[in-house]
Design a protein around this ligand. Structure first.
Ligand code: CP
Length: 328
């Protein structure tokens, strides 16, 4: 267990080593238990967290706000169009000024080729920890909540467990690639047999895939890719089918729609779930395109753990905020 976290950013999944991530998960379990028992957890009394959103959010916004309430501090929701960013406030100014008013700065900025760069630029100039609430490359708090959920449902020894991150069809909007990237990167540290499934146009970033491969080998797991959803689901312990855009290939909206529309058969339905193990769990970070990405029968069925994932967002965030803004 690690104890030195004060002032650390949490931006890229690989900013923290495995020991540090395991400590955060331990603390999250402890905070979840204390929340169930209605015990006070005032680790961030009178501390201030700013939440800067360039993109909409339900879970991230409300779970960060609730987390700060339970830790005794306050949070301030800052939609980017309410600040003077469009009129010239730079990432440097945001970092320097907001960090002079508070104790933490969390940002969601999902624009392709912009988000991660922006968050890192703010962090360079911030005197307080900066947290990534989702960018174009990573969604680290979602991945931590997903890992916590897998541990709860499948135990903490993931050796021999087949865990599938699969693309699925959706039509609501071009979803970022940050969830699948963070998920495979994080899970690759825990010795699972990981499978990444997607149509050929939906590759993830090559450096992320390479790192996942290296981690899987180092930690005694395996990593395979396939263009076949059914093959991926066969005998799986965990399936996580969700949509993402063909962004590595093209970010042109018309091209994205055209490519995506070829793969309507990539839906998670009961027939596909039957290929997985009987006790397999179905995961999704939400929001999901119901009837398109997944059927109601699956997402509302007994194998679905989507509400556990959503709840665990709050517990892992409380852990990381308490360790970095209030710890040693
Ligand atoms: N899963 C997730 O990040 O949800 P929101 O986009 O609603 O925050």
């Amino acid at each position: 267990m690690k104890t030195q976290f004060f002032g650390k950013d949490f931006i890229n999944c690989n900013d923290w080593n495995k020991d540090e991530l395991e400590t955060a998960i331990d603390v999250a379990f402890d905070l979840k238990k204390k929340f169930a028992l209605n015990e006070q957890t005032l680790y961030l009394l009178h501390k201030t967290l700013f939440l800067l959103f360039f993109f909409s959010s339900t879970r991230t916004r409300t779970s960060f706000e609730a987390a700060m309430d339970h830790l005794g501090g306050s949070s301030h929701d800052l939609p980017s169009d309410k600040l003077q960013i469009a009129h010239g406030d730079t990432a440097k100014e945001i970092g320097k000024i907001l960090s002079s008013y508070g104790h933490g700065l969390a940002i969601r900025h999902c624009d392709w080729k912009e988000g991660n760069q922006y968050i890192n630029e703010v962090a360079k100039h911030s005197s307080v920890p900066v947290f990534n609430m989702q960018c174009d490359v990573y969604h680290p708090f979602q991945a931590m909540a997903d890992l916590m959920t897998v541990f709860e449902k499948k135990g903490q020894n993931l050796k021999g467990k087949k865990i599938v991150m699969s693309w699925a069809y959706a039509k609501s909007y071009t979803k970022p690639i940050s969830v699948p990237q963070s998920f495979i990167l994080l899970l690759s540290l825990f010795g699972a047999d990981l499978v990444l499934a997607h149509p050929k146009e939906f590759e993830l970033m090559p450096e992320i895939v390479k790192e996942t491969k290296q981690n899987s080998k180092f930690y005694g797991g395996s990593f395979k890719t396939t263009n076949n959803m059914e093959e991926a689901f066969k005998d799986a312990d965990v399936v996580y089918p969700k949509s993402w855009g063909p962004l590595v290939l093209t970010a042109d909206p018309a091209e994205c729609t055209k490519i995506t529309s070829k793969y309507k058969s990539w839906i998670c339905d009961v027939k596909k779930m039957k290929l997985a193990k009987k006790d397999a769990i179905y995961m999704h970070c939400l929001p999901a395109d119901r009837g398109v990405e997944v059927t109601d029968e699956v997402i509302d069925g007994p194998q679905s753990v989507v509400y556990d994932q959503a709840e665990n967002r709050m517990h892992v965030q409380k852990a990381i905020l308490a360790l970095t803004m209030g710890g040693k």
